[in-house]
Design a protein around this ligand. Sequence first.
Ligand code: IDP
Ligand code: MG
Length: 152
Amino acid sequence: MHQEKTFIAIKPDGVQRGFISEIIGRFERKGFKLVALKQLIPSKELAQKHYGVHKERPFFNDLVDFISSGPVVAMVWEGEGVISSARKIIGATKPLEAEPGTIRGDLAVNIGRNIIHGSDGPDTASFEINLWFNNEEICDWNPSDSIWRVEN
Ligand code: IDP
Ligand code: MG
């Protein structure tokens, strides 16, 4: 079974609106494993690096200001297929186009306030995990019920 890791962040609007447990619960209930978690107010520099691919876009400065405006809950989740599955759980970038049942589809309206970030592929995932976390902050552990999650 190929295990992969992805970077997930609850943006300041998700934290302020009280969705931390709601969001963590969705990934937990799905059966993914939380291997790193912290809350921080990101520096401008961290936000700029995180969204570096968008630096030419007109919304870049507003996005960086917003992400560094308050607490973010940064996480690493692990599991088979977690990168693409997390993107499905999160839903489309524009919340009005996100399917009901997804996080953005259920909880958000505005593209600039879409409450959560998730890595979009393996390269981005590894870049973002290394940007937000040190190796020592990532826990290697096995859930005691893992036998119930695999096909025998
Ligand atoms: P993603 O978060 O679904 O991966 P990206 O295209 O990578 O979406 O954009 C990063 C973030 O930038 C989005 O989550 C959203 O908050 C913001 N964003 C993207 N496009 C726009 C836009 O057209 N106007 C304002 N903000 C935008
Ligand atoms: Mg993206």
